[in-house]
Design a protein around this ligand. Structure first.
Ligand code: ADP
Ligand code: MG
Length: 432
């Protein structure tokens, strides 16, 4: 499923899924929590898998074609697979701005690896999960290729509907799992796991059988499933997806692709994993905001929204649109905010050249409105704010906040409620 490109960019959570089976769950979650999630590339996820005893092929990572060639030689493999590393899935069927078709290539000739890497690195890869411009490829994975006799699908995820982990599997994995889910839902199997008990032997074996593994392979697949579940818990994942989870003609079960998403709340105990965060594909403003514990989401319009809380952000964006405006971005301050964060927030909002007006909509519960007011006046002065600013403050210490703004002598338009604020922000812009 394409997570990017949904109508409201609030819903952009930069995670990608091979499978639409999970999409409704994910989109719901995304719509209400504008968070930056940890993103790891396939090679990073595979390293974690290998560290947990899961079967993956040997591989190297390269960021230039010469290193890719060296890696291909060092592997001494019968056949090599070269895979572009971007956070989106659907790479196999993607195409590059260099003209090369396919983000995953198999070859027996190391020199061919160099040629292919040249057509991947530095170019954008466009897949059904990226925007139409695609994503720049900075790294390639050079791995030992194996014959695959059968491609199945396996995912482990936290599912709210079951209040815990669920294993999802299908005998028909590979590149078109979305189609399987849509046209043959009877081929999608689920095992609900009791988090206190873990995966039982009979559950792992039943899932392996449902996925079409027979005889010794069934036992092997069950072992891989148990290891993946162990990893899922150990690294505080919310999803581990392996597609294809494959079978080789010589009787091995191998994880050929890997995507792991992590629970952001577990950052404090997964420091090593979180330190690998790959932000190369993220909006630089989003990353800058995260440094100050602020959440920034860019959109296409021209009114910057400065809010506290995801719900208020959504409401503010909606009401701006209702009055004929378009939000340029929103910045969520969260609770417990300090004056310096307010200043940084203004700096970020105004860094977007599209911004023609700023609407501040703060409901002070934990947030002290006076701190916001001090931050706003400091930012207006120091940043020499040039665009109109409409402020609606409500809640804790609001009278003091209003006094600070009124006495500042700055050209700030105050609004009495959200509706009034949105109307004033839209009206404040000079028509082009
Ligand atoms: P994506 O999901 O982004 O399209 P995958 O890693 O699933 O990327 O690769 C696409 C296809 O390439 C797989 O379905 C599989 O058929 C093939 N493939 C991937 N890795 C290997 C490998 N190591 N050996 C052989 N074939 C592979
Ligand atoms: Mg895949």
């Amino acid at each position: 499923m394409a997570v990017r490109g949904l109508s409201v960019r609030i819903s952009v959570l930069p995670v990608y899924f091979d499978s639409s089976i999970l999409s409704s769950f994910v989109v719901l979650m995304v719509r209400v929590i504008p968070v930056r999630c940890l993103n790891l590339q396939e090679y990073q996820s595979k390293k974690i898998m290998a560290d947990h005893g899961v079967t993956v092929q040997r591989f190297f990572v390269a960021d230039n074609s010469q290193d890719a060639l060296e890696a291909a030689k060092r592997l001494k493999a019968k056949e090599i697979v070269l895979k572009a590393q971007i956070l989106a899935g659907g790479r196999g069927k993607g195409s590059f701005t260099s003209g090369l078709k396919g983000g995953v290539h198999l070859t027996k000739n190391p020199d061919e690896v160099e040629k292919l890497a040249k057509q991947m690195l530095g170019y954008n890869l466009i897949t059904n999960q990226t925007t139409k411009d695609g994503v720049k490829v900075n790294k390639v994975m050079v791995a030992e290729a194996l014959d695959i006799s059968r491609e199945t699908y396996l995912a482990i995820l936290m599912d709210r509907a079951f209040n815990g982990p669920v294993i999802v599997g299908s005998p028909q994995g590979g590149m078109d799992i979305e189609e399987v889910a849509a046209t043959k839902p009877e081929l999608i199997f689920k095992e609900v796991i009791d988090i206190f008990e873990g995966v039982r032997e009979d559950q792992a074996l039943r899932m392996a059988a449902s996925m079409g593994f027979k005889g010794l392979l069934r036992q092997q697949a069950a072992e891989e499933i148990k290891k993946l579940y162990h990893l899922f818990l150990k690294v505080d994942a919310i999803q581990v997806e392996v597609n294809p989870f494959g079978e080789t003609p010589d009787g091995q079960v191998v994880c050929f692709d890997a995507k792991i998403n992590f629970d952001d709340n577990a950052e404090f105990r997964q420091k090593e994993i979180f330190s690998q965060d790959d932000t190369s594909e993220s909006d630089p403003l989003e990353c800058e905001a995260a440094k100050y514990d602020l959440k920034y989401v860019g959109m296409d319009g021209n009114i910057a929204c400065f809010v506290n809380g995801a719900g208020l952000a959504m409401a503010t964006c909606d009401i701006i649109e209702l009055h004929g405006g378009k939000p340029a971005n929103f910045l969520d301050l969260g609770g417990g905010v300090q004056e310096n964060q307010v200043y940084q927030a203004f700096k970020l909002l105004t860094a977007d050249p599209k911004v023609e007006a700023i609407l501040v909509n703060i409901f002070g519960g934990i947030v002290n409105c006076a701190i916001i007011a001090h931050g706003i006046t400091k930012a207006c002065r120091e940043l020499r704010l040039k665009v109109p600013l409409v402020v609606r403050l409500e809640g804790t210490n609001v009278n003091e906040a209003k006094r600070i703004l009124d006495e500042s002598g700055l050209p700030i338009t105050s609004a009495s409620n959200l509706e009034d604020a949105a109307q004033k922000a839209v009206a404040s812009m000079v028509p082009k």
